[in-house]
Design a protein around this ligand. Structure first.
Ligand SMILES: *[C@@H]1O[C@H](CO)[C@@H](O)[C@H](O)[C@H]1NC(C)=O
Length: 313
């Protein structure tokens, strides 16, 4: 009995020592396995993070208006007006918006009107164009890009009588449609919003910038760039991914970037304050045409419609 007990104790002790010996022997292998396990987990986690990073990057870009979809009844995104914008515009009774927003519609300006606007722009630009990627033609001031500078289309001898009464009528007609669209959609009195400058047609190619005027891709607030602006409208004259690549319009929001893909005849209107920080992506191929038409609530800042009398005799 005593013997048995002793043996049991001995074997137990043996077992114990064996165990601890085993442990010591196994230690390097266990550590190796552990290291491997940790390593493989790191690999898996890193891969997951990479996947999440790239997919979330896509998630953070929201297409508000895609080129392939014709927006028949328009699309609206309401926003909180920036305090500065609200403070400034509040004094203009009948002109401040019920809500700050973005509005896109594809049914206001016709395809024929767009064709004619493009024709007008190209017929002028033929005599100029920037050395860099971005050119403008402004029928109000007469400014047109040429080389590294601007010329006045109404003073240039070889452009005399280039624009006709019909051209000016068409231009005015489109502008009026835009003005009424703003009034209807922003709850504004149509007689309380005025055309302001600059209002122009732009032509963007993938050429490298030569002067600062060619750098259209910086993010900005219209109200800061042009203090008279209260409502910005952009009329797209040709198609993203058909006539050019790149060149999408991007709003920079807190959580998402919101894009508008240019579409022939697409009209995009937004309040010009900080709520609508934006930029235009660089055009990577083809030629992009758009028209910027801006409106103000401040009568002092209004400009006249362009007309045939602009020509200096
Ligand atoms: C939006 O675009 C800008 C410019 O490309 C970029 O710096 C910013 O990180 C983007 N924001 C989001 C939320 O993806």
């Amino acid at each position: 009995m005593v013997e048995l007990k002793k043996r049991t104790i001995k074997s137990l002790t043996n077992l114990d020592t064996n165990k601890s010996k085993d442990k010591d022997k196994d230690k390097p292998i266990t550590q190796q396995r552990l290291t491997l396990r940790v390593l493989s987990r790191i690999v898996v986690i890193t891969a997951l993070l990479i996947v999440v990073y790239f997919t979330s990057k896509d998630d953070k870009l929201r297409i508000f208006a895609s080129q392939s979809e014709k927006l028949l009844s328009g699309k609206v995104q309401t926003l909180q007006c920036s305090p500065e914008y609200m403070k400034e515009i509040n004094v203009y009774e009948g002109c401040f918006p019920k809500k700050c927003k973005r509005f896109v519609t594809d049914t206001v300006v016709s395809s024929l009107e767009v064709d004619n606007l493009l024709f007008i722009a190209k017929k002028g630009l033929k005599y100029g164009r920037s050395l860099g990627g971005a050119s403008i033609i402004d029928l109000h001031s007469g400014a047109m890009s040429k080389g590294q500078f601007f010329i006045n289309i109404y003073e240039s001898p070889n452009m005399k009588k280039l624009f006709t009464e019909d051209d000016f009528n068409l231009y005015r007609g489109v502008k009026e449609k835009v003005r009424h669209t703003i009034a209807n959609n922003f709850g504004v009195d149509v007689d309380k919003i005025y055309l302001t400058k600059p209002t122009f047609i732009s032509e963007i190619t993938s050429k490298n910038a030569v002067t600062k005027h060619d750098e259209y891709w910086h993010s900005h607030v219209d109200k800061e760039t042009y203090s008279s602006f209260h409502y910005t409208s952009l009329l797209y004259l040709n198609d993203y991914n058909v006539d050019f690549e790149g060149g999408r319009f991007v709003f920079l929001d807190d959580k998402y970037n919101t894009t508008i893909e240019p579409r022939k005849g697409r009209l995009s209107i937004f309040t010009s304050g900080h709520e609508n920080l934006h930029f235009v992506e660089r055009v990577t191929s083809g030629v992009r045409y758009a028209m910027t038409i801006a409106f103000t609530c401040d009568k002092q800042q209004s400009i006249e419609d362009p007309n045939i009398d602009k020509y200096i005799p």
